[in-house]
Design a protein around this ligand. Structure first.
Ligand code: SF4
Ligand code: SF4
Length: 285
């Protein structure tokens, strides 16, 4: 089963949940944790593993053979990302804007465009006992996370229980990371901001037709509106993690909840069982 762990906003404890769920499951079965929060991958901080392998991620960007080019401007016309411009007798390429779609090289009437790989980040791997770990890392200054996320997901092993740590928000990288999941766990907190961002994230997973449930972190602060929303929207609340100084201290020291407070293992095991039950019911919440 593929479970993505997402949140409408940053700082809700998404990685705490993803790592503790993966560690609790790894006691009993083979697990894979994919860190698809590629702009700021931090799940590895909480895991007892070392990165053992790294692969560059390249996207194809155009390279113009000026000897063949007639400066017709067709390539600039077809590029919807404005990554290529033709000015008089010069073709300018802006590699940071290029999405590597290949349209310009395919449609160049003179076959003057070839492609060369440009590195935009890396995929890194490691192992710890029953857990395989893959993370993507977008290079500093690079704007496009989805190609790195797609590359990370190529390593997904469907025979294992797979947990995907998704970047916060509701933008393209989130969609790329979540799609294909059997279930999406939405981590939030009971505050007005938490409620607002949860509602946006819930709308997104509904559009993707993925069943979802909620983990309320820092339960006990704020008000009841978040729980009311979940009840009204028929979104199951699968776990509550209280606002607790010990939990915050563990997090700040990079110690996973289920390691620092082993009594939480059972709660995360039960969370997984509840997710399985929701998925087996086949309901799109
Ligand atoms: S489409 Fe081909 S020939 Fe036309 S300007 Fe671009 S590179 Fe040159
Ligand atoms: S590969 Fe696609 S995005 Fe890149 S310059 Fe060509 S048309 Fe534009």
């Amino acid at each position: 089963m593929i479970i993505s762990v997402a949140s409408g906003k940053g700082g809700t404890g998404k990685t705490l949940v993803a790592t503790s769920l993966a560690l609790a499951l790894s006691d009993k079965c083979k697990v894979q944790l994919l860190d698809c929060d590629v702009e700021e991958p931090n799940a590895h901080i909480f895991l007892p593993l070392a990165i053992s392998e790294s692969q560059p991620v390249l996207i194809p960007v155009p390279k113009v053979d000026e000897a063949k080019c007639t400066y017709c401007g067709r390539c600039a016309e077809v590029c919807v990302y404005s990554a290529i411009a033709v000015i008089k007798e010069k073709v300018l390429i802006f590699p940071e804007l290029c999405h590597g779609c290949g349209a310009c090289s395919y449609l160049c009437p003179e076959s003057a465009i070839s492609e060369e790989g440009r590195e935009i980040g890396v995929v890194e791997m490691g192992n710890s006992g029953n857990m395989g770990f893959i993370q993507g890392r977008l290079a500093i200054g690079e704007p496009m996370a989805p190609p790195i996320i797609r590359e990370v997901k190529k390593y997904l092993d469907p025979i294992r229980e797979v947990i995907i740590d998704v970047s916060p928000g509701t933008s393209c990288p989130v969609v790329e990371a979540i799609k294909g999941s059997n279930f999406c766990l939405l981590v939030t907190e009971p505050t007005p901001f938490g409620l607002n961002d949860l509602s946006l994230a819930a709308e997104l997973v509904r559009k993707l037709q993925i069943p979802c449930g909620v983990v309320i972190n820092r339960s006990g602060v704020g008000d009841e509106k978040l729980e009311q929303y979940c009840h009204e929207q028929d979104i199951p609340i699968l776990l509550k993690i209280p606002l607790d100084r010990n939990i915050a201290t563990l997090y700040s020291r990079g110690i996973p909840l289920v390691r620092g407070m082993p009594e939480w293992r059972e709660a995360f095991g039960k969370l997984f069982q509840n997710i399985k039950q929701v998925v087996s019911l086949g309901a799109i919440k």
